[in-house]
Design a protein around this ligand. Structure first.
Ligand code: ADE
Length: 258
């Protein structure tokens, strides 16, 4: 996968992306990062890239020429997807990360100031993507978020492929809690079952924990899972209810003792 990023802040992208897991994958050549500084393509004598907005309005807008020339410098194929990061785009999801991970190459366009002149967006952009319902100061952080999650879906990027195979089995459920050493820290113990060595029981326990947490924090995802896995769900329903009652009692006891 080659990630191309059109941006006014290439160092920001490089400094974050070329570290840790994605940095290692780039060193190994599994993924590649190519940043293009839009300002380098400005034909203005002061290298200006933004101007006032026609019709009025606060702030400045990036004008088309430098953006378009920066894009052309990549000699893009007509099939390459060009992703514009904008709060007005389609909300990014794990499924989209998996889809993008299948591409050989992607181009990200990061806007700044009040955004980019619509004409160049119409000319080059294939996908408008938002990372959530809030407004950031530019597209660089959303671009990094997307590249990070897409990279994880590319075989060989994570240390062991297992990490995301497991996530797909637990599809759309939130993660179960995990513990490392020591088995007792302060007054808190690691759940006994995790020390038992009984892998079947451990798997069951983890799935139940995932379901419990998902039900509490993301009931929408819980309902989806129940619909997608009716056979599992029927089997687990009683057990989950019992576990929930037990937890509730324990919580009430804990609060009473405080
Ligand atoms: N640019 C500014 N805010 C954004 C967001 N939430 N998602 C994507 N791009 C953005």
């Amino acid at each position: 996968m080659k990630f191309n990023v059109l941006t006014l802040f290439p160092e920001l992208i490089e400094n974050v992306f070329l570290n840790s897991i994605t940095g290692r994958a780039a060193d190994k050549g599994i993924i590649e990062l190519n940043t293009v500084n839009i300002r380098d393509y400005s034909k203005d004598k002061h290298k200006k890239v933004d101007d006032y907005i026609y019709g009025g309005g606060a702030g400045m807008l990036m004008f088309p020429q430098p953006v378009y020339d920066a894009y052309l410098s990549l000699k893009p194929k007509s099939t390459t997807r060009v992703i514009y990061l904008t709060p007005g785009g389609k909300t990014f999801t794990q499924d989209m990360a998996k889809e993008y991970a299948k591409e050989e190459e992607l181009i990200f366009l990061c806007g700044h100031y009040e955004g980019i002149d619509e004409r160049v967006i119409d000319k080059i952009v294939t996908d408008k993507v938002s990372i959530g319902d809030y407004v950031l100061t530019g597209g660089e952080i959303p671009c990094l978020v997307m590249m990070d999650s897409i990279s994880r879906m590319i075989p060989g990027v994570l240390g062991n492929n297992e990490s995301f195979v497991e996530e797909s089995f637990y599809d759309n459920l939130l993660e179960y809690p995990q513990y490392s050493r020591p088995d007792k820290w302060m007054d808190m113990e690691v759940p006994k079952i995790l020390l038992s060595g009984d892998h079947k029981k451990i798997e069951e326990y983890r799935l139940e924990e995932s379901l419990r947490i998902t039900k509490e924090l993301r009931p929408d995802l819980y309902d989806k899972w129940a619909k997608d896995h009716p056979e599992y769900f029927e089997k687990l329903k009683k057990k989950l209810k019992k576990a929930e009652e037990k937890r509730r009692k324990e919580e009430a006891k804990r609060l009473a003792n405080k």
